[in-house]
Ligand binder design. Structure first.
Ligand SMILES: Nc1nc2c(ncn2[C@@H]2O[C@H](COP(=O)(O)OP(=O)(O)O)[C@@H](O)[C@H]2O)c(=O)[nH]1
Ligand SMILES: [Mg+2]
Length: 190
């Protein structure tokens, strides 16, 4: 049984639903914010999750980042110690999808690929009639950047639990792998 602490950065354009995802994830049920509140710089939201089919627990610190690029310089300082990240776009907003590349770029400048992993999230799945970014396009981008892909609706609380279960399992899996490697290195040195 392990308890791990993981810093999870949530990044993406303004109004794609980053804050809504954090709140719904952290409070599990009807925490969808009723009015829009622009995030300044970054908010910290705690969230504990049991890894499926195990005794392991991950305590996430969600770093809900502002989508306004005026904060980018300061955000990079906050992102430096991240363990994992989510890039979010809005399936009804093509520009927010186009900018995912830019957000990935900014994140990788803050910390190299070393031991950090991420997911791509298309939010606002409840607005299917207004969709302009297909699931296929999302999947393709995720595959090309070696990210796991999810679609969700923070409004309907659909698909959010799956994202966090994946992140927790992957985080613990990577931790165990690192421990094994370190143990092997220790043995080889004696
Ligand atoms: N229909 C719909 N609206 C959403 C969803 N998630 C967020 N919103 C709305 O989108 C706007 C921006 O949400 P917010 O979480 O503040 O976005 P942020 O700027 O990325 O943090 C708000 O008006 C939310 O109510 C969703 O899943 N579906
Ligand atoms: Mg926000």
């Amino acid at each position: 049984m392990v308890l791990l602490h993981g810093k999870l950065v949530i990044a993406g354009d303004m109004t794609v639903g980053k804050t809504a995802i954090c709140h719904v994830a952290a409070n599990d049920a009807n925490a969808f914010p009723k009015s829009y509140n622009c995030t300044n710089m970054a908010d910290l939201v705690p969230k504990q999750i049991r890894v499926p089919d195990s005794d392991d627990t991950v305590e996430f610190f969600l770093i809900d980042s502002a989508g306004n690029s005026i904060y980018l310089d300061s955000l990079r300082d906050i992102w430096v110690t991240m363990d994992m990240y989510c890039i979010v776009y809005d399936i009804t907003n093509r520009n927010s999808f186009k900018n995912c590349g830019m957000w990935l770029e900014q994140l990788s400048q803050s910390r190299g690929d070393h031991n950090v992993f991420g997911v791509l999230i298309g939010n606002k799945k409840d607005k299917e009639n207004y969709r302009v970014v297909s699931t296929q396009e999302g999947k393709q981008l995720a595959t090309s950047r070696k990210l796991e892909f999810f679609e969700c609706s923070a409004k309907d609380n659909k698909g959010i639990a799956e994202i966090f279960k994946y992140l927790a399992s992957e985080f613990v899996g990577r931790y165990r792998k690192r421990i094994k490697t370190l143990e092997k290195m220790g043995r080889d040195n004696y």
